[in-house]
Design a binder for this molecule. Sequence first.
Ligand code: ZN
Length: 245
Amino acid sequence: MIRVLVWNEFYHEKAEEAIKAIYPDGLHKTIADFLSADEEIEVRTATLDDENCGISREILDNTDVLIWWGHMRHKLVPDEVASLVKEAVLDGMGAIFLHSAHHSKPFKALLGTSCNLTWRESEDREVLWVIEPSHPITKDIDRFFTLDHEETYGEPFTIPTPDKLLLIGNFSGGEVFRSGCLYERGNGKIFYFQPGHEAFPTFKVPEVQSIIRNAVHFVAPTYRQNITCPHVRTINDKDGYVIEK
Ligand code: ZN
């Protein structure tokens, strides 16, 4: 089983009626529900209001893939929580950052840049183009798919060049955006996926659900080990090679 933790700041869905109407129990619940339909995935959720944001070393030790959605309240996530997430990814935990999580503390800590972009809330239509049709994350997706309305995100997106760019979004207002970006950091795999503005039912779109589900399988750890810096003898030493871990 792949143990998934879906983290949501869970603010808009409580504060704004129109958004509550789309995601009555929070968008984390919608994501957890469609992932739970996969019998290889076991899902838990956590929100900003949980004790210590619902994140601890023990919880992350028992998480294979962390999915993160945040927007207005990134600053309320303690730096220690962002550090725990970063360390867990470097050790091998998979991570998926959705939409406005581009500005979340753990994403920026892992990528090391400002992760800024241009944006506009204007109900643009978005066409998402598949760049890597053979990749496991874009499996089952046609050459492109369309979202009737999505918040516009545009370049420049100040991220490091992705190890693999899987999707490009094209908005009716003209912008293009690197919408599906894959990274490796330490032993961990990271996928950034742009769709998911809270004011639209994006997480109910079948193609969006497929991509997130495929990404869970892809970024799930194949090797999870703390990367240490041991002091060693030569391999010929009779007392053994590693002196200290
Ligand atoms: Zn948004």
